[in-house]
Design a protein around this ligand. Structure first.
Ligand SMILES: Nc1nc2c(ncn2[C@@H]2O[C@@H]3COP(=O)(O)O[C@H]4[C@@H](O)[C@H](n5cnc6c(=O)[nH]c(N)nc65)O[C@@H]4COP(=O)(O)O[C@H]3[C@H]2O)c(=O)[nH]1
Length: 616
């Protein structure tokens, strides 16, 4: 004032008015000067600023209110200006990142984002910013402890009180746990629990991608379909827990053999598939590459599995299907790879087979047969034929029942062709029952005529293992009135392989009824004396394939003699099958074989014709 300036004295003078109200008063003073400019006095001005004071206080309170709201929760809150530079982080953000505000303002905070996520974040932000819209994006943000955490960031445009766009406000939530849970759920849904390998669902997905890549790039891919030979046996003999050990070991070996981009999956049971991507553009080279891998896989599986002093031997049959531009359908790929695998099995197991176009044709043929076969029983297209068996010289002692299918277009279809299909489709069960019933009716007719001839009936594995097979046989015997001791059931060695104890138990039960058992195809499989001894067998049949080349082939001759010696040792009858020449019969008789069956003696004929002949 002495210097002649106007000054504000105080904003905080509170005056009480006459009616008792509190008013906030701002005062100021200005000097009064005389003509010479000397200060003569002062003008004091008092203004009532109560309204402005209250407004400012409300604003400060409101700011405090929102600040504590922003800092209260777990959300990491920030704001950014119109250019995207961040100008505010709440306390949880600063605590989470452990970095001071100054280091993070602007785009400093981006230093804390995982470098791999920056591109995706920027894309989300810029796309939203162009239209001043919302966005949400997940990224990894470095925590104060140095580890990255997954956060979900959600942001929306920020506007001033006039509604003008001034930037963004957003928040992040730590979703690390949710991410881990999602990953676990995904892992469970798309992976096999035992081996941790991708499952069928994931495999199909990858196959689809691989096929798309093949179409785009013109390069090849391949699917290897594997099935472990003998796995079922290990499971049956040693139990499931050892079976599991084997599967896990196989999974590890497969994974170890393949490249990063390849997929190994377990489809279930002992079936695995391998997907090879990015093979050569030229088909032959690609096939060679696939073959190479398949062969490596085969060789690796062949190595014994050591477990607690046991050494388990496995092998695998592998079907290979190339993926090329002309392949469209993934079901077709799976089916044809599977077919090739079956061919590998049929060709002797522990091998690799390729799917070929010719197989496609046979697939079609088979498919049609399968369709027709389903209707055949209903339409009465099956016929029962028999082939007589002879004891010693020429004394007929029975016959083998052989089923025939008279197809309306194809004519007579060989059982060698349709029995395997009937087995796979389960049709063998009603078909086998039909054959058994027809054979028992023939036995009954023979009994009635006083002829004590036997009839042998082939029983396939699937049929024999059907849960109510024994009940079925009993019922048929009862209904037909056939003498059980005239009935021989022929089993092949393959029935024994899979479930020896079950089969042996059933055989004993049926044998107790008086039924005889014959082991067909003896010598072609795995039969060992040790387990032949444990079965209630009456007869061994020498397979046609051994009879064919005797006596000329010394190896087969020795084999046949061996089989006959085994049979004698076990007190079993021996029947030689497929005897076509007198030399064969002579040789067999000299070796000690008692009964004969073959074109030399009798060609199969319809059962009614045969019965007529027998009854004379
Ligand atoms: N080259 C030659 N072949 C001869 C000679 N003698 C007999 N055969 C044929 O050899 C097969 C003998 O039957 P399998 O080994 O039990 O082999 C049978 C049997 O495993 C199966 N099968 C036939 N009928 C039935 C059936 O009712 N049920 C089941 N589950 N399988 C059957 O189909 C196979 C083939 O039967 P088929 O075609 O009837 O063929 C019959 C018979 O016709 C010969 O001297 N030379």
């Amino acid at each position: 004032m002495r210097e002649g300036r106007t000054v504000g004295l105080s904003n905080h003078v509170v005056l009480i008015t006459a009616d008792g109200q509190r008013r906030h008063v701002a005062d100021s003073a200005a000097p009064i000067r005389d003509a010479r400019g000397d200060v003569q006095g002062a003008v004091l001005v008092f203004r009532d600023v109560t309204e402005a004071y209250l407004m400012r206080k409300a604003l400060a309170d409101s700011e405090q209110h929102f600040r504590s709201l922003a800092n209260a929760g777990l959300a990491l809150i920030w704001t950014a200006d119109a250019r995207g530079d961040r100008d505010y982080f709440n306390e949880p953000w600063l605590a989470f990142t452990g970095q001071p505000f100054e280091a993070q303002r602007g785009d400093g905070w981006l230093q804390g984002m995982h470098p791999e996520d920056r591109l995706a974040w920027r894309a989300a932000f810029e796309a939203a910013a162009r239209v001043q819209g919302d966005y949400r994006v997940e990224y990894r943000l470095r925590h104060a402890d140095g580890d990255y955490r997954w956060v979900l960031e959600q942001a929306r445009p920020r506007r001033d009180s006039d509604g003008l766009f001034i930037g963004y406000v957003g928040h992040c939530l730590d979703v690390t746990h949710e991410k881990a849970a999602d990953a676990e759920i995904e892992r469970l849904a798309y992976h096999d629990a035992l081996t941790g390998l991708p499952n069928r669902v994931l495999f199909r997905d990858r196959l689809e991608q691989a096929l798309a890549h093949v179409h785009r790039s013109g390069r090849h891919g391949a699917v290897l379909f594997l099935d472990l030979d003998q796995f079922k046996r290990i499971n049956d003999v040693y139990g499931h827990s050892l079976g599991d050990v084997v599967l896990v070991e196989m999974a590890q070996r497969l994974r170890g053999l393949l490249r990063e981009g390849d997929t190994v999956a377990r489809l279930g049971g002992d079936e695995f598939v391998v997907l090879l991507g990015d093979l050569a553009g030229e088909a032959e080279t690609a096939a060679a590459q696939a073959m190479n891998v398949a062969e490596k896989v085969r060789a690796s599986i062949e190595q014994p599995v050591w477990h607690e002093g046991l050494s388990l031997m496995l092998a695998t049959s592998i079907g290979v299907r190339l993926l090329s531009r002309d392949v469209e359908d993934i079901d077709d790929v799976m089916r044809t790879a599977d077919m090739a695998m079956y061919r590998a099995k049929a060709e002797g197991r522990n091998r690799v087979a390729f799917f070929e176009a010719a197989m496609q044709a046979s697939l079609l043929h088979r498919y049609e047969l399968e369709q027709d076969l389903r209707a055949a029983l209903r339409l009465g297209q099956f016929e029962l034929w028999v082939q007589a068996q002879f004891e010693g010289g020429a004394k007929m002692n029975g016959a083998e029942a052989l089923v025939r299918w008279r197809h309306p277009v194809r004519g007579l279809v060989s059982p060698a062709e349709f029995i395997p299909i009937a087995e796979e489709t389960g049709l063998i069960v009603p078909l086998g029952a039909w054959v058994l019933r027809s054979a028992c009716e023939a036995i009954r007719a023979l009994q009635g005529a006083g002829r004590s001839l036997r009839i042998s009936v082939n029983v396939s594995a699937r049929q024999f293992l059907e849960h109510d097979f024994i009940a079925q046989v009993r019922e048929i015997l009862e209904q037909s009135g056939a003498d059980p001791s005239r009935l021989t059931l022929e089993l092949t060695e393959s029935v024994l392989i899979d479930s020896f104890d079950v089969v042996a138990g059933r055989m004993r039960e049926l044998h107790a009824l008086g039924i005889r058992f014959s082991l067909d195809d003896f010598g072609t499989g795995y039969s060992s004396l040790a387990y032949l001894k444990r079965l209630p067998l009456s007869e061994l049949k020498i397979d046609r394939s051994f009879v064919r080349d005797v006596p000329a082939d010394p190896e087969d001759a020795a084999l046949v003699e061996g089989i006959i010696a085994v049979a004698h040792l076990l007190h079993l009858d021996v029947v030689a099958e497929g005897v076509e020449t007198p030399e064969q019969q002579q040789f067999l008789r000299a070796a000690g074989c008692g009964s004969f069956q073959g074109f030399l003696l009798h060609r199969p004929q319809p059962i009614d014709d045969w019965l007529k002949d027998v009854f004379g």
